[in-house]
Design a protein around this ligand. Sequence first.
Ligand SMILES: Cc1cc2nc3c(=O)[nH]c(=O)nc-3n(C[C@H](O)[C@H](O)[C@H](O)COP(=O)(O)OP(=O)(O)OC[C@H]3O[C@@H](n4cnc5c(N)ncnc54)[C@H](O)[C@@H]3O)c2cc1C
Length: 557
Amino acid sequence: MGSMTGRSGLPPTVDVLIVGGGATGAGILRDLAARGLHCLLVEKGDLASGTSGRYHGLLHSGGRYVARDPQAARECIAENGILRRIAPACIEDTGGLFVATPDDPDDYVDTFPDRCAAVGIPCDEESLARLFRREPALNRGIRRAFRVPDASLEPWQLVEANLLDARERGSLALPYQQVVGVDRNGGFLSGVSIADTRSGSVERIMPRIIVSAAGAWAGRVAALAGVSLQMSPGKGTMLVYNQRMTDSVVNRCKPPSDGDIMVPVHTVAILGTTEIAVDDPDGYEVTPAEIVDLVAEGEKLFPDLRRMRILRAYAGVRPLYDAAEVAGPAPDGLPAGGADRAISRAHVIIDHEARDGVSNFVSVVGGKLTTYRLMAEQAADIVCAKLGVDLPCTTADEVLPGQSPNRGYYWLGDRLADHEATGGGDAALICECELVTRPMLEGFLAERMPCSLDDVRRSTRLGMGPCQGAFCTFRAAGVVAAMAPDGSDTTDAAAAEEALVAFLRERYKGTRPIAWGRQLQELWLSTGIYWGVLGLDAFAPAALQPPIAATVDDGPG
Ligand SMILES: Cc1cc2nc3c(=O)[nH]c(=O)nc-3n(C[C@H](O)[C@H](O)[C@H](O)COP(=O)(O)OP(=O)(O)OC[C@H]3O[C@@H](n4cnc5c(N)ncnc54)[C@H](O)[C@@H]3O)c2cc1C
């Protein structure tokens, strides 16, 4: 069945088509493939380039939800334990802290340990002496601190490991393939049109069941099937700092709000988030006002934050689901409400047979990356019941492929140690900050060409370190140029320029909102080099959208 594929690699028929290549879609593909079904996952961009590739990076212990959403807290701590078993290489076991700053309410702080105990989250109070010894950058006004099993979770590796497992069992996952049409015959979806977003060609395939794991875009996919599904996308902005001022995830001990979590991720630390309702999950920008708010809140955790360098800002869109919009009864205990922190972070699996009379359509909405596996299991159970497959879920027990044992705290040197272990020699570093070697880059390109430098970044972390691609971008573009798609070794200058411009534009989007003071001077300098020295007209001042501010003021940075 899997060997018969169309021009773009699409099979004409599959058991299940999964729409969306984030953590949820990848988890569903893995689960169904393990139960013997032949499935296809399609993703309109690069794999994990939606919210899963733009999130905060926290493997929740559940502590954040103990007061308002105990069910979500229970699910988090259970999945936290499972992911540590099945995906150790994707997790840095930083541990987590909930700290009471002078601004945090006493009643919340005092009841926090009991609330954790009630939902099964290990929570130990830490002495202040030990706290400040281990985390010297924290605010000395902190009154109490509790340790919980939060951690840092790498999304791209996790998605890739799920997809690899599914591929090894005969299923397929294809990037740059967008579902653009669905044929509906009464209560049955009989075909799906899929467009190759790079060539524009469209093919039709006939899956037996369609599962939408399209996150914040789930309403649009449902509309293609003639079904109404009201999502309330919520934009969250985060700031990347050029250093790890903390070894642990640090949360404020108070009801969730803006700027109250710092997560150490690889070589950097990320402060987040905001929460702002948006109409369009593709049409949003990070505003300077959000940066000001985040820094002001973050300072309550780390008083020196204003003097630390922000590398960039980025945002993702929460796939929030507004149960109040659903025709018929609201699914299990979900509150009604607008697109803000009042909407539950719990997930909902919608069987459109029961809700809308469409027998072969299922949507997965809401949730968190931490609970992706559970969401996948529940969606797969519904699909299997529809297809008469009577095999249990195995994803909580079977370790994902490529999971070397957890090595404790992140150490950049592991990459070179791996290089040495496999023979050593000249590592030919392309990216010094993240130690991306030329063989790593060439290996990725050989597998994934044609692809963008941004795709390279997601898989290798090229350009994500403290210099933000100031040097490696140009080296990597040269390597791309030397790998002509026809396999010849002639250098393709146009390909290099296209790759370079696309990558630098994406980076500009993240550095423009944080450009105050010296950062602003640096932005003028770098865009001046791109335009004046390299001749990249996309960086001429008049071409830059949004434009760079003309004056250097003090700002928050
Ligand atoms: C700011 C922010 C911070 C967060 N922090 C955390 C955190 O620290 N910990 C945590 O556990 N969770 C966190 N979350 C939540 C978590 O990121 C999401 O719940 C999770 O990533 C959603 O994964 P997903 O696979 O459902 O959606 P996505 O990753 O968005 O995947 C859906 C995919 O569907 C694709 N798609 C859409 N339409 C189509 C189509 N027509 N055809 C083909 N493909 C299509 C999209 O391109 C997208 O890639 C955060 C969310 C945000 C916004």
